[in-house]
Design a binder for this molecule. Structure first.
Ligand code: NAD
Length: 482
């Protein structure tokens, strides 16, 4: 693999990337002996500095006409899209995904900003009432400095889901990348910041301590968080007492219900993308599949046959269908679930092939697995695996499948698979989730017109479109009597 210069990345404060003092190395999850970035270690003082600069910038940015903010955001989105070719390989070496996926993280991120920008002016138009007593104006005003905390799996898109609505509506933003994918995102953000007034967009690098400091900073008025449910609880703890608005996009354990009339081959063409893309490391990946008992064997055989075609290797290897897991904790978690499953009555099937068997132990690689004859109550069915393993669970009737699908603390995505569109829609309406697909379940079918987010332990609030913009404003009601 070609060696490249290792970037040294600081914080982005007041529009400038700082020269990093103390740094920590970031390793390639697909080639662990390679350091791919040196990244600044953030402190409370860095957080305080970035937030104060963002607050100063807010006092002006909030009064910039929406059309001008939108114009600047669109230019920043162009800069993001233009950085894709250069920064995508760096992103692959940090998060472990495929080159094409890293590329699309930048282009989809730019598209997200453009879409949000296109809605902003209409969204911000005040609601006004004139009557004989006087006049009422309901105006949408920004909250102040927003903090964005993002995970590693789709770092650019997830950052844009907070940046675009926050900045378009007149807030300023300080973002904390994940320590597991920090450099490419920060470099891209610094290019976007070049098109914005200093301080409007800041970045502080660091882990849990920096995240917690951001959440509890008194000048931060809004937190947009994407990550695991456990971390989301800590974010609520750090913000709750301070009365701050929070959007939480958390973990999921998405069910897919296969109905008895399904065309198995056609369903698998789409369903497998929802299971194994990015090695299952997507919040709304298909994480448990309910299959009618009478077609179970046929479905499971066809499923395993298709999964066996997957090749696993480094994200920059064009032959790879997916890359390694991103980090050691996730790797150990998935190996632990596989171990538990091996010890159970279920039948764990390892499939696929290693692209580089010699380098296999130098990365967090896991082959695709299918759990046949899985129990609905098994840990591999109950927990968010976030890896290339999925349980196939036999059910006796539709009522049982629905009950099991809803029997989860999570409620992010979900899907129904059927040849009958009306039957699919009727069942979709009874699933407890933020989003339910019929005959699809992957990022290819996400549409920006669909508010995105979860219920139960999968989160609070929605991102995308008008719902996403609404999360960054407050109504200011003004009444003037004659
Ligand atoms: P994580 O919860 O470990 O980390 C997410 C971010 O929170 C990171 O930037 C991390 O440094 C920061 N953080 C850690 N402790 C913190 C604290 N105490 N206070 C504030 N910030 C803190 O998650 P991860 O492993 O990076 O990502 C995987 C998880 O994210 C999965 O559970 C996945 O389902 C979820 N996710 C959800 C969505 C969604 O839209 N619902 C999207 C992508 C990922």
């Amino acid at each position: 693999m070609a060696t490249t210069t290792v970037p040294r990345v600081g914080h982005l404060i007041g529009g400038e990337l700082t020269v990093p003092g103390t740094t920590r190395p970031v390793h390639d999850p697909g080639q662990l002996d390679e350091v791919v970035a040196e990244v600044a270690v953030g402190t409370y003082d860095d957080v305080d500095h970035a937030v104060r600069r963002a607050h100063e910038a807010f006092l002006t940015w909030r009064h910039v006409p929406a059309a001008e903010r939108v114009r600047r955001l669109l230019t920043a989105a162009d800069a993001l899209a233009a950085s894709a070719d250069e920064l995508a390989p760096q992103l692959v070496r940090e998060h472990g995904g495929l080159a094409s996926e890293a590329q699309s993280d930048f282009t989809l991120g730019a598209g997200f900003v453009q879409h949000t920008a296109s809605l902003t002016e209409e969204f911000l138009r005040p609601l006004q009432f004139d009557d004989e007593e006087g006049f009422i104006s309901v105006e949408k005003v920004p909250r102040g400095v927003a903090a964005a905390i993002v995970p590693w799996n789709l770092p650019v898109v997830l950052a844009m889901m907070k940046l675009a609505p926050a900045l378009a509506t007149g807030n300023t933003l300080v973002l904390k990348p994940s320590p597991s994918a920090p450099a490419a995102l920060a470099l891209a953000l610094s290019r976007m910041a070049a098109h914005l007034p200093p301080g409007v967009l800041g970045v502080v690098q660091g882990g849990a301590d920096v995240g917690a400091a951001l959440c509890s900073h008194p000048l931060v008025r809004k937190v947009g968080f994407t990550g695991g449910t456990e971390t989301g609880r800590k974010v609520l703890g750090a913000t709750g007492g301070a009365v701050k608005n929070v959007t939480l996009e958390l973990g999921g354990n998405d069910p897919a219900i296969v109905l008895d009339d399904v065309d198995i081959d056609a369903a698998l063409d789409r369903m497998l993308k929802g299971v194994y893309t990015r090695g299952g490391q997507i919040c709304f990946a298909v994480k448990r599949i309910y299959v009618p008992r009478r077609t179970y064997r046929r479905f499971a055989d066809a499923f395993c046959e298709r999964v066996d075609e997957y090749a696993v290797g480094h994200g920059l290897d064009p032959g790879a269908d997916f890359g390694p897991l991103n980090n050691e904790a996730q790797y150990k978690k998935v190996l632990g679930l596989l171990e538990q499953t091996r010890d159970s009555a279920a039948h764990l099937v390892q499939l696929g092939r290693k692209l580089d068997p010699g380098g296999w132990d130098n990365g967090y690689y896991v082959l695709p697995h299918v759990v046949r004859d899985a129990e609905h109550t098994a840990p591999v069915s109950r927990e968010e695996q976030f890896g290339p393993v999925v349980p196939l669970i036999a059910y006796d009737d539709e009522r049982q499948a629905l009950e099991w699908a809803n029997d989860s603390e999570y409620g992010l995505g979900s899907s129904v698979w059927t040849s009958d569109p009306d039957r699919g829609l009727a069942l979709a309406r009874r699933i407890e989730a933020g989003c339910t697909f019929v005959n699809t379940h992957s990022s290819e079918s996400l549409d920006l017109r669909m508010p995105f987010g979860g219920i139960k332990q999968s989160g609070i609030g929605r991102e995308f479109g008008i719902s996403g913009l609404s999360a960054y404003v407050e109504d200011h009601s003004i009444r003037r009597l004659k």
